[in-house]
Structure formats: C-alpha cells, structure tokens
Design a protein around this ligand. Structure first.
Ligand SMILES: [Zn+2]
Length: 225
C-alpha cells in the first residue's frame, strides 16, 4: 500500500484514452518556468495539453544556472532536430511565472533563512537567492537574468508574468523579448553563412572542449546548406 495508489488509479483512467504525442517542437512554442508550488500547476492554470510546452519548476520558479543550462540544451536540441528555417524564426518563448504567497518568501527573514540553512545544508546565499517576496520584482530580475545570459539562443524569446493565488489570474509583467535585437539582426545578416577564410584557426578552437557559440553557429549553417 502506498499513497500513490489513488493516483495510480487516476493514471489507469488516463491511459485508457491516451494517444502518444510524437517527439517534436512544443506545439504552443512555449516553455514555462515556474514554482513547484502545488497550487501553481501550469497544466491546470494555463490549460496545457501534452506536447504543448515543456515546464521547468523549482522553488520560486527562479532562473538559476541549472534552469539556464536546461533552456540552452532544449534550444540546441530543437534547432538540431527541427530547425529547418532561417535564423529570423523563433524556436520558442520562455514564460517565467512567479506567484503571490510563495513559500520561498519566508527565506527573506534572516532568522528563518539561517535555520533553514542549518537544517538543510543549503548555503544561506542560495536560499536568499530563491526568495520571492514581491513576484513582480523577482520576475523582472529573472527575465533579465535569462536575457543577458550568453547561453540563451537569440531564437528564444522571454516574457515575465505573475500568477495571483487569490484570483487565479495571470498578469503579464514583461512582454516577450529576444536576447538582444542586435544579436538577432546580426544573425540574419550572416544568413546564409559565408565561406570562412580563416577556418583553420576557429576549427582548432572548436576542437577544444569548451565549444563557443561562435564555433557552433557556422557549423549548423554549413550542415544545412
Ligand atoms: Zn512558490
């Protein structure tokens, strides 16, 4: 007997009418980053269906390095598997959604945070960085963090929103923006990629373990030409 039993029964019901979704780009061309709070389930709040949008959840819905790494990989995967169009096209939009009454808000209190750090072993600075006291402020911080990350593909845009636990409504704090307009513009200018006269030097750099974006972008272009 496990507490999963009633949920497994629900899964049995689900599987009876289930239709598998093939691997592909998210049908809604969205990726959601939000809090793990059980009152903030994007499938229910946003009415997401299977295959519509990947969802990344952590305490607060904060844009941590791990979240940035996941988004960078998903963009790379989407482009490699399904990126048949030019760089002017976007792969997906990332919606960062913070919410009111977030449980991470307690971490703004130094005493509470200190106790939490001692009990969990998580550094106080890490706990402090996950606190959402004013979701309108933290969502702006996190959208900015993602937009300024060099790991973010210019073909991925980012928007910021706040979910109100009291009303069930989501309001948009920041409209969708790409990493930098200049990055997108220069990518378009470079399309299709020109032959590279100084190929020997970049190719050597690209063989190193830390492959830079400068190495990867022309390589993708050459593959498709
Ligand atoms: Zn929360």
């Amino acid at each position: 007997m496990t507490r999963m039993n009633p949920l497994l029964e629900r899964n049995e019901q689900f599987a009876r009418t289930y239709t598998p979704v093939p691997l592909g780009l998210p049908a809604a061309q969205m990726l959601v980053v939000t809090c793990l709070d059980h009152r903030v389930d994007p499938a229910i709040v946003l009415g997401l269906q299977l295959g519509e949008a990947p969802v990344i959840r952590n305490a607060g819905g904060r844009v941590t390095q791990a979240v940035i790494d996941d988004i960078a990989y998903l963009a790379f995967l989407a482009e490699q598997l399904f990126g048949r169009q030019g760089p002017a096209d976007t792969l997906f939009e990332v919606a960062v959604i913070h919410h009111t009454q977030c449980g991470t808000g307690f971490l703004a209190d130094p005493d509470f945070r200190h106790q939490a750090a001692e009990a969990t072993g998580v550094p106080e600075a890490t706990l402090d960085a996950s606190a959402v006291v004013d979701p309108h402020l933290t969502v702006k911080t996190d959208v900015e963090r993602l937009l300024t990350s060099p790991l973010l593909s210019p073909k991925v845009s980012v928007s910021g929103h706040v979910y109100d636990i009291a009303t069930g409504r989501i309001t948009t704090t920041l409209d969708a923006t790409a990493r930098t307009a200049r990055a997108v513009a220069s990518a378009i200018e470079e399309w299709p990629p020109q032959p590279e006269p100084a190929l020997a030097e970049p190719a050597a750099a690209c063989r190193s373990r830390s492959v830079s974006r400068a190495c990867r972008i022309p390589a993708v272009g050459r593959r498709r030409s």
